[in-house]
Write a protein that binds this ligand. Structure first.
Ligand code: GLN
Length: 538
């Protein structure tokens, strides 16, 4: 174990969806801005081995790390806040913990012992926390424990936290995030649920060091003293996290509450020797975000639009790009299933740009074609991502190349014109163990193309999550008709980017640029797309 690493745990109480991920990312950002090496980790108590198979309606977006792990969307927040990549080891589920333990048991590693939750499952959990610390000699590992204290599923994690606190009392700290409801009839904030949730935690052997109260109204000093007294924490360690107009304000709110200062003090740092967090760049982003007056109206065409979390990274990437373009983002989501050739114009009119979203399966595909057809012919800036790019290729083949039966073999295995297919050359690129192309792959950009102009370099690296590919047998025909293949994999030649000539902005990418836009490093494709949307609308 990196001996000096400090371990911070974030647990949640009273209700789920309080924004533990944002608090964890905010604390990570503040410590990083003081010059420390920090990483964030998420433990998910569900039994799935990873969220890759979960429907986005169940669990929001599936995020993908550069090393090809299908991860919880909180890892996206960590990357966006810290501008630092996460990996498979940053996200652990109960399913994976059990899978590892059972594999060890089958190998005979436990030497005939009875395998139990304590110590075998808890040891495996602790091993995953320490392993992360060692991977890059971090000063801080911030571990967010999913779920709510008191859940059966989260018990082994809380028990592991208890053991780590007991083993390393000076290097471990627990932050408990709870909810303080406001009773409008009585005009009162209520701390009783917090007291009960802290009792649950104490019953499991863990005394929180810091309590953060999620609230819609300011928490008075008197109320903070009361929580401190009942929950056995210092008054200074009771903080509020009040509703913020944007998640990007939360680090500053928590800085004002003294979160990073109290964390450092409690972990034995001489605070006078540690520089204050330098949040200058963050602040200038935030002031652009909060002060932009003029709107940029973008329409997102997708199939999971009823749940905003399903397209979390696209939404955040657009909000970064809008802020840096001094525009206020107005995002309309349209369910692709409802779009037709007949209503596309009426639905999309008034938007400065359209994004056709990623997604699996054929539902909503015809609606995506209708949106693309409209944007292509009416010079509306249009950005196709993954399935969106594949739909761009199919629509182009049908309506420009004249192949009425053009399709992807995914949806019509018997089609004569499969412009999207499983490519031979893909097979040796795909990670072992799965048929999907997952994680970061290099891409070479054609000089003189728009994509090259946007990135300003030859070789880029972007994250993938898909099975099907552009069928390069059609590459010449597409290019001759004006749809250029401007980005290809340097090893296999697989087509990664298509772009339409003589159009203000019509680009499809097989990869997911949305996974790598961060607050301090907004993604160039999103920046340029929003820019085109603004200038096209003048
Ligand atoms: N049809 C797609 C595939 O190639 C869609 C993937 C996606 O949009 N993430 O598997």
């Amino acid at each position: 174990m990196a001996t000096d690493t400090k371990y911070i745990f974030i647990t949640g109480g009273v209700a789920s969806s309080l924004g533990k991920g944002i608090i964890a990312a905010s604390l990570g950002k503040l410590l990083q801005a003081r010059g420390f090496r920090v990483t964030n980790q998420k433990f998910d108590p569900y039994i799935n081995v990873d969220p890759g198979t979960l429907n986005p309606y169940e669990h929001g977006e599936c995020y993908v790390t550069v090393d090809g792990h299908e991860a919880d969307l909180d890892l996206g927040h960590y990357e966006r806040f810290l501008s630092q990549q996460t990996h498979k080891r940053n996200n652990i589920t109960t399913g994976r913990i059990y899978q590892n333990v059972i594999e060890k048991e089958r190998r005979g590693d436990y030497l005939g012992k009875t395998v139990q939750v304590i110590p075998h499952i808890t040891d495996e959990i602790k091993r995953n926390i320490r392993r992360l610390a060692e991977s890059d000699n971090f000063d801080f590992v911030i571990t967010e424990i999913g779920g709510t204290v008191g859940d059966i599923e989260s018990l082994p994690y809380i028990e592991s936290l208890r053991q780590l606190k007991w083993e390393m009392p000076k290097n471990c700290l627990c932050i408990h995030l709870t909810y303080v409801p406001y009773l409008s009839a009585a005009k009162e904030l209520k701390t009783k649920p917090t007291q009960h949730s802290v009792k649950d935690l104490q019953q499991e052997g863990v005394q929180p060091d810091i309590i953060i109260l999620r609230t819609e109204h300011h928490i008075s000093d008197e109320m903070r003293r009361k929580v401190a007294l009942f929950c056995n924490v210092e008054t200074e360690a009771v903080m509020q996290s009040i509703d913020a107009p944007t998640i990007y304000r939360v680090p500053l709110n928590m800085q004002a509450e003294g979160l990073d200062r109290v964390v450092l003090r409690k972990l034995g740092f001489d605070i006078s020797q540690v520089p204050e967090a330098d949040m200058n760049d963050w602040n200038s982003f935030l002031s652009k975000l909060e002060n932009a007056k003029q709107e940029v109206r973008i329409c997102l065409v997708g199939k999971y639009v009823q749940l905003k979390d399903a397209y979390m990274s696209i939404y955040e990437s657009l909000s970064h790009a809008a802020a840096y373009n001094d525009r206020r983002l107005v995002l309309t989501s349209v369910l692709a299933d409802n779009l037709t050739e007949e209503n596309a114009e009426e639905t999309l009119r008034g938007h400065h740009g359209v994004i056709v979203a990623p997604g699996f399966g054929s539902r909503g595909l015809e609606g995506k074609f209708a949106a693309l057809h409209y944007c292509r012919e009416h010079n509306v800036p249009c950005f196709g991502i993954c399935m969106g790019m594949q739909a761009m290729a199919i629509e182009f083949a049908r309506n420009v190349l004249g192949y009425a039966d053009a399709n992807s073999t995914e949806f019509d295995p018997d089609t004569k014109h499969n412009v999207i297919d499983i490519m031979e050359s893909q097979k040796n690129l795909v990670n072992l163990g799965g048929s999907m192309r997952l994680g970061a792959y290099p891409c070479r950009l054609k000089e003189g193309s728009r994509a090259y102009g946007i990135y300003g370099k030859n070789i880029i690296s972007e994250r993938h999550r898909h099975r099907y590919e552009f069928n390069h047998l059609y590459q010449k025909e597409f290019e001759n008709a004006g749809m250029k293949c401007s980005g290809t994999n340097p090893d296999s030649g697989l087509v990664e980017i298509i772009e339409l000539e003589n159009h203000p902005w019509y680009i499809g990418v097989q990869f997911h640029p949305e996974y790598s836009s961060t607050v301090l490093h907004p993604h160039p494709l999103f920046l340029d797309f929003v820019h085109a949307a603004i200038t096209g609308s003048k």
